[in-house]
Design a binder for this molecule. Sequence first.
Ligand code: NDP
Length: 424
Amino acid sequence: MIVASRSQKRVDQVASLVYRPRLEMKKVLLIGAGGVGGVVAHKCAQHPEAFGEIALASRTVAKCDQIAASVRRRTGREIATHQVDADDVAQTVGLLRRFGPDLLVNVALPYQDLALMDACLEAGVNYLDTANYEPPEVAKFEYKWQWAYHQRFEQAGLCALLGSGFDPGVTNVFTAYAAKHHLDELRELDIVDVNGGDHGQSFATNFNPEINIREVTAPCRHWENGAFIETPSLSEQRSFSCPEGVGTFSIYRMYHEEMESLTRHFPTLRRAQFWMSFSPNYLRHLEVLQNVGLTSIEPVDYHGTAIIPLQFLKAMLPDPGSLGKGTTGRTCIGCIVRGLQNGKQKTVYLYNICDHAKCFEEVGSQAVSYTTGVPAMIGARLLLEGSWKRPGVWNMEQFDPDPFMDLLNTCGLPWSIVESDPLA
Ligand code: NDP
């Protein structure tokens, strides 16, 4: 049974009671000119009422220039471009002082999170990212390193918003929305990320190959009765039928960072699991690459030069930013939230469906970059407008979900909610 959707007034009214934009022109600096950076630049440019001035900086300035040219062609807006090594705090501080933004949006890699947070503290600039910090030499991501910055951001009167992509990001907001409007107590959460698209390549990843393969090959962890339980990577599999004819896919349980913050902020959760779809073709290639050692992050000696096999593999694989053209099909990402309302058991499923070809037509990117870049723009907008701004370091579910849900509907990622359990 459908309880609400973007076309139904009740939900939109709930959200619009809260969402009161303060339209001031602000300056934003985007760092990272990959697949996601391209989408954030286009989406910010589409909203001049919120983003008065936009600059884009990255390691390779030619990629920034390419994105700026596309933004100019599609929206008529100018974006300044800069070269920066985001691992070098002093370089970023220099750029922040010259440009003077209100917010730095980090869509480089998770390795840069801490250096960019340090730079923001030094230059007095607010911070937002889409993925939590991961040390380059260990394939392990955890919020503890970034949560440790809370007091410093609080004392500086600055706001850091963590994980404003889709998952993490929208999945945190979906969960908070279910808790606010549909359930008195959350008991179980299943996040399901399906990419039903076809990019026509033998093997490619939809976002940065190094980060993607580190994430997929890591041991799985899921939350069960107050603790994370570790199981071998991709060892648990289910079949999942997406709504609206997207199709039926094999989904595999894996660890994903939003479970760490969601189980902390919704402590009544007894179980939390994350599932992602993989095609047999993707898994076959991944198995061979793993077996021959090409997914390893341990340095190997190659003719006297130490190389990291996974970084070499990344150099051989298609750039995710180039996959937009020709990618067909749709993504379907959502949260199944089970719990109690008025003492009775209830389940809601909140999801978004996004079409690869339509994203390419709008901003020149496939849907995985699009579904990450749009929430980054929305988080940036709410932070700049003040409705999602508090000194300290925050996860998405710690703010009121309503204005974010409202903007998803109007900025390209409309959502639906049904009272049913697609994993039952
Ligand atoms: P890409 O690899 O396509 O882009 C990363 C960009 O960052 C590149 O332009 C790269 O520069 C730049 N970069 C890397 N290191 C540095 C550095 N030291 N200094 C300056 N720039 C640097 O990745 P994606 O666009 O696919 O992903 C971007 C981020 O989004 C990642 O953190 C990823 O984990 C996250 N993500 C989050 C999702 C979510 O739903 N929350 C989903 C998908 C991705 P160069 O071009 O020179 O290599």
